[in-house]
Design a protein around this ligand. Structure first.
Ligand SMILES: Cc1cc2nc3c(=O)[nH]c(=O)nc-3n(C[C@H](O)[C@H](O)[C@H](O)COP(=O)(O)OP(=O)(O)OC[C@H]3O[C@@H](n4cnc5c(N)ncnc54)[C@H](O)[C@@H]3O)c2cc1C
Length: 220
């Protein structure tokens, strides 16, 4: 069903990272949003899925990191767009607010895959850096935005499916790099299993649930 509040945005570029990961850039057309917001992106048949905005709230364009899902209704359609096509999008919505609404408390980021999108939006928008970022990907070439993040804070990458100069394995092997104190807030985004394991690990270190903020993109 087409939402009447939707707006239509021209595709500026589609960049392939390899292994089914794409960055889709759309014309912004003045759309206002807060880092952490999602929009519903519609395919040509009117079906939509939520995607987190990866660009900063002062950037000229609107960017998304899209993982193409085999047999999916929307993500393969998005990955197949080319410059000049158009995409309908809903107004922004969201409740995940990395680094925001916590006063001057320090904070750390944890992401798997496209779960890095809200954190890229944060660092492109705000000057106050996270204390660190843990980032888990399958292949090193999937680590979209790693250099940008690494310039802003210590960024630890775990690569699970190939040996690289980074840690080989899952992001769980990086949890011990998280600063632990009675002020830090922790933001975890991406695969459900990582978000659950990060929560359990932090809880075991005595971190209360109010300081653990979570958003799940993919189940399992
Ligand atoms: C709040 C939120 C933000 C999101 N942000 C992003 C983002 O920035 N980038 C991004 O690539 N994706 C994001 N997603 C996931 C996205 O919304 C879609 O679920 C995904 O792109 C698959 O949609 P599809 O239409 O291609 O596949 P579908 O047609 O929905 O499904 C195809 C196959 O994939 C499986 N599948 C679909 N969705 C999921 C899922 N979420 N977890 C596990 N299996 C699934 C289905 O069971 C089916 O077998 C987000 C999800 C949420 C809830």
């Amino acid at each position: 069903m087409i939402n009447l509040d939707c707006s239509t945005h021209a595709v500026l570029s589609v960049k392939a990272y390899g292994h089914g990961l794409y960055e889709v850039a759309l014309e912004r057309n003045g759309l206002a949003f807060t880092p952490g917001d999602c929009v519903a992106l519609y395919n040509g048949g009117g079906q939509s899925r939520p995607y987190s905005i990866a660009s900063g709230s002062r950037d000229a364009d609107l960017r998304f990191l899209i993982r193409e899902m085999d047999g999916g209704e929307v993500s393969p359609w998005l990955a197949g767009r080319t410059s000049g096509d158009t995409v309908r999008i809903s107004p922004p919505f969201g409740w995940f607010r990395p680094g925001q609404e916590i006063g001057d408390a320090p904070f750390a980021f944890m992401a798997t895959g496209t779960g890095i999108a809200p954190f890229l939006s944060y660092v492109a928008t705000f000057d106050r850096p996270p204390s660190c970022c843990l980032y888990g990907v399958r292949h090193e070439s999937d680590a979209a935005g790693f250099d940008t993040l690494d310039k802003r804070c210590p960024t630890h990458l775990a690569v699970s499916r190939e040996a690289t100069r980074h840690r080989h394995g899952r992001i769980t092997g990086l949890f011990s790099a998280l600063p632990l104190d009675d002020r830090h807030h922790y933001y975890a985004c991406g695969r459900e299993s990582m978000v659950g394991e990060a929560t359990a690990w932090l809880r075991a270190q005595g971190i209360p649930l109010e300081r653990i903020h979570r958003e799940v993109f993919f189940h399992g």
